[in-house]
Design a protein around this ligand. Structure first.
Ligand code: ADP
Ligand code: ZN
Ligand code: ZN
Length: 737
């Protein structure tokens, strides 16, 4: 008799262990490690995952219940992914089932996996006319669909939508207009003929060739040291990735390409399609479960060999992964905000270790962690210091806003910025204006007493919208704008600093003829995705794009020759030890947007801290000097990457309880002799100490050894488990840096 160790599909600490079931003969064939099974559990029935199979019963065999069957429509987990899930549980804190759920992005196979197809409902000639109309009206998504259908004929719906980055609504519009038919067929047809327009392979320049050959040589000789390419924006990193991918595919293996969702644009994806054709697929958060399932199946069956996507693309069930590329390595989106709070970099390296794959990271502004390891030799470091194609690095001016005020300029645009904007508008060149979200939050305060209007449920200020409503960005609370100060009665109350909306209004005042597009969390919540807005800007429908962090990342607009950072200081004041790193990264990335085409670019950085080292080094795009200065601070303070850091967030609806319990947790580790080398800081209020009427406390642990911190996590988890009555009403979350 064989026995299966099963993890029950419920996330609860008490159930965070395997339960043993007998495998009846009739299931012996179909049950394997990773199979999702039905099990009798207490008086009910549950599902769970088989994580081990053994001959040895844990208790008397006749007391072990048999499995009830294999769960219907279930997707099995690869054994390797189970190992990865356990690794995530150990390293980030999680129940096993939650870790398992993370590595299987789709749980159920989709009912009657019908393939949908798209075809023209009009003649080709009519389609060509319609295509021209779409171009004229700049309906570019519809134009792409028409263009593809004219060239390729009937196509697979999900492939087409993913290749061309088309939303379901664009298809629906075309269908409603009677231009296309969306049909369904149960036969799978891979009907995209991309190979026709595959472009000739570009020749790499000597610097690029040197790097790609060295990495390929390392790969071929079995040296799987992770690599970091530190290359300025536009230096040709993506071309290098593609060169290495091509080699790995030729060797019969597969590649995962991680790109932060925000940089996963149509242009980027298309570059991979043009080079590799149908073996490329993309996943992103907008896909339905059915579409994700389809793509994962194709990967498992070997129909897809390159998967591009955000961090969850790591869990693509390839049989033979040879390479994991991680573009924009520094991006904070690579860390999951859900439990387990895994970081894609560490997880990719672990996955690569398990599968014998190579990891190649790239960034213009590597995270301090990655660069520190590269300098120590844990990663192999490569550099690209100049742009590959056209375009030179821009000229940067730092403007001291205190001086502007002295000159009597009270607008958001300094003299230098205004002058350059006039110049670019007159030449028909494009401008990007960037606002550090944390700086200009549009909060309302009293000029007389300083009172700031805050959310009654969260410890954050409310933000003014349309001059009418005050809103909370954390919990959604709304109230009418106030006319007088609730504290002192003064009428001098209003927005102190402006949001993107205010910038837009000021632009209309100072530059009435300029066409302005705005992109922030508000404008992208509606119908238009940020992709749509960027596309409008790319097709030159606007002269100026105003936005928050979102516009800074990885987009390539050759006609942008001026980037203005309206206030650089915002992120300097956050309570995070990475404040300077974040500021440097944002400014460098923002500056990298200018002058990517033929015309040289200018960048204007407006600030109240013109001497701050992160601003000065960013203005020179001088990563190395920034790194040298920043690492001294990290060493002094024992911050990562010099030490490892774990934070514990304890949340409770009762403020006193949050205080008491977090003190207990901190104290438990402080007195334990086995953790002598650990610095314990706190407990203290979380940066935002109250969200939605829940109170949050933080405790930080610093240690040179990551494993020691993982042991502390286990210790705290056990401590909490052993005191269920105390900790019953609170939530404890771990986070590793
Ligand atoms: P990165 O990924 O470092 O930002 P890309 O690979 O996107 O850089 O390259 C930036 C631009 O330079 C792209 O338009 C690309 O087509 C072009 N480019 C890259 N390598 C070369 C090369 N060897 N010769 C000419 N142009 C190149
Ligand atoms: Zn007041
Ligand atoms: Zn709130």
């Amino acid at each position: 008799m064989k026995y299966a160790g099963v993890i029950v599909d419920i996330s609860h600490e008490k159930l965070d262990k395997t339960f043993q079931y007998a495998i009846p003969d009739e299931l012996a064939e179909s049950v394997d490690i990773g199979t999702r099974v039905n099990i009798p559990f207490g008086s009910t029935r549950r599902t769970g995952y088989v994580v081990e199979i053994t001959d040895t019963p844990e208790i008397e065999p006749d007391r072990i219940k048999p499995l009830a069957g294999v769960a219907a429509r279930s997707v099995p987990i690869d054994e390797r992914m189970i190992k990865l899930a356990y690794w995530m549980k150990t390293n980030y804190g999680s129940t096993v089932i939650r870790a398992l759920q993370t590595v299987i992005p789709v749980k159920d196979s989709v009912k009657n996996a019908v393939k949908r197809t798209v075809s023209l409902a009009v003649t080709k000639d009519e389609a060509v006319l319609l295509l021209q109309e779409c171009f004229a009206k700049r309906r570019s998504a519809q134009a792409r669909v028409l263009d593809a259908l004219i060239k390729d004929g009937e196509s697979d719906y999900s492939l087409l939508s993913c290749k061309l980055n088309i939303s379901p609504s664009a298809f629906k519009t075309l269908e409603q207009k009677g231009i296309i038919n969306i049909g369904s067929t149960t036969v799978y047809r891979n009907s995209l003929h991309v190979s026709e327009d595959k472009v000739a392979v570009r020749f790499l320049n000597p610097e690029q060739r040197c790097i790609s050959e060295d990495i390929i040589f390392g790969y071929d000789s079995g040296d799987m040291t992770p690599c970091l390419i530190k290359g300025v924006t536009g230096s040709g990193k993506t071309e290098i990735y593609m060169e290495i991918i091509e080699h790995i595919i030729k060797k019969g293996r597969e590649a995962i390409v991680l790109i932060p969702e925000i940089a996963l644009t149509y242009q980027t994806v298309m570059r991979f399609y043009r080079r590799f054709g149908d073996i490329v697929s993309v996943i992103n958060s907008r896909l339905s479960n059915g579409e994700k399932y389809d793509r994962f199946c194709m990967a498992r069956e070997g129909k897809i060999k390159i998967m591009i996507g955000p961090r969850s693309a790591l869990f693509t069930p390839f049989k033979n992964i040879g390479l994991i590329v991680m573009d924009e390595e520094h991006e904070s989106a690579y860390q999951s905000e859900n439990i387990p709070r895994y970081h894609a970099r560490e997880t990719a390296i672990e996955l690569a270790r398990m599968t014998g794959a190579k990891v190649v990271m790239g960034s213009a502004t590597p995270s301090l962690e990655a660069f520190y390891r590269a300098k120590k030799g844990t990663y192999k470091l490569y550099r690209l210091d100049r742009r590959a194609g056209e375009g030179r690095l821009p000229a940067v001016d730092i403007v001291d806003l205190r001086e502007e005020l002295k000159k009597g300029n009270r607008s958001m645009f300094s003299g230098r910025l205004t002058e350059l904007m006039r110049d670019r508008l007159s030449k028909g060149e494009q401008i990007m204006l960037f606002l550090n979200r944390r700086g200009y939050r549009g909060f309302v305060n009293c000029r007389d007493c300083g009172e700031v209007i805050e959310c009654p449920h969260c410890a954050v200020s409310l933000t003014l919208h349309n001059n009418r409503m005050l809103k909370c960005h954390y919990c959604g609370y709304e109230q009418e704008a106030v006319k007088v100060c609730p504290k002192c009665g003064s009428k001098h109350i209003g927005t102190f600093k402006a949001g993107t909306q205010m910038v837009e209004e000021e632009l209309h005042r100072y530059f009435p003829d300029a066409a302005v597009l705005r992109m922030d969390a508000d404008t992208t919540k509606g119908k238009e995705s940020h992709g749509d807005i960027l596309e409008k800007f790319a097709s030159k429908k606007a002269d100026i794009l105003v936005g928050t962090q979102m516009i800074v990342k990885g987009h390539d607009f050759p006609d942008v020759t001026l980037v203005g950072v309206l206030l650089a200081d915002g992120s300097l004041y956050s309570s995070d030890y990475r404040a300077a790193e974040n500021t440097f990264e944002l400014l460098t990335q923002a500056a990298g947007r200018a002058g990517r085409g033929k015309n040289p670019g200018n960048v204007v950085i407006q600030t109240y801290n013109p001497d701050n080292y992160s601003i000065v080094h960013a203005s020179r795009q001088d990563y190395d000097s920034f790194y040298e200065e920043e690492i001294v601070y990290r060493e002094l303070m024992d911050y990562p990457p010099v030490s490892h850091m774990m934070s514990v967030r304890l949340s409770s609806p009762d403020e006193n309880e949050a205080e008491r319990l977090s003190a207990l947790v901190a104290g438990a580790v402080r007195v334990s002799e086995s953790f002598e080398n650990t610095r314990v800081i706190g407990p203290a209020d979380a940066p935002i100490h109250k969200i939605n009427d829940i109170f949050h406390k933080m405790i930080y642990y610093k240690n040179k050894s990551r494993d020691d911190l993982a042991r502390i996590k286990d210790y705290i988890e056990a401590y909490i488990k052993n005191n269920p009555r105390l900790f019953g009403g609170c939530l404890v979350q771990f986070d590793f840096r």
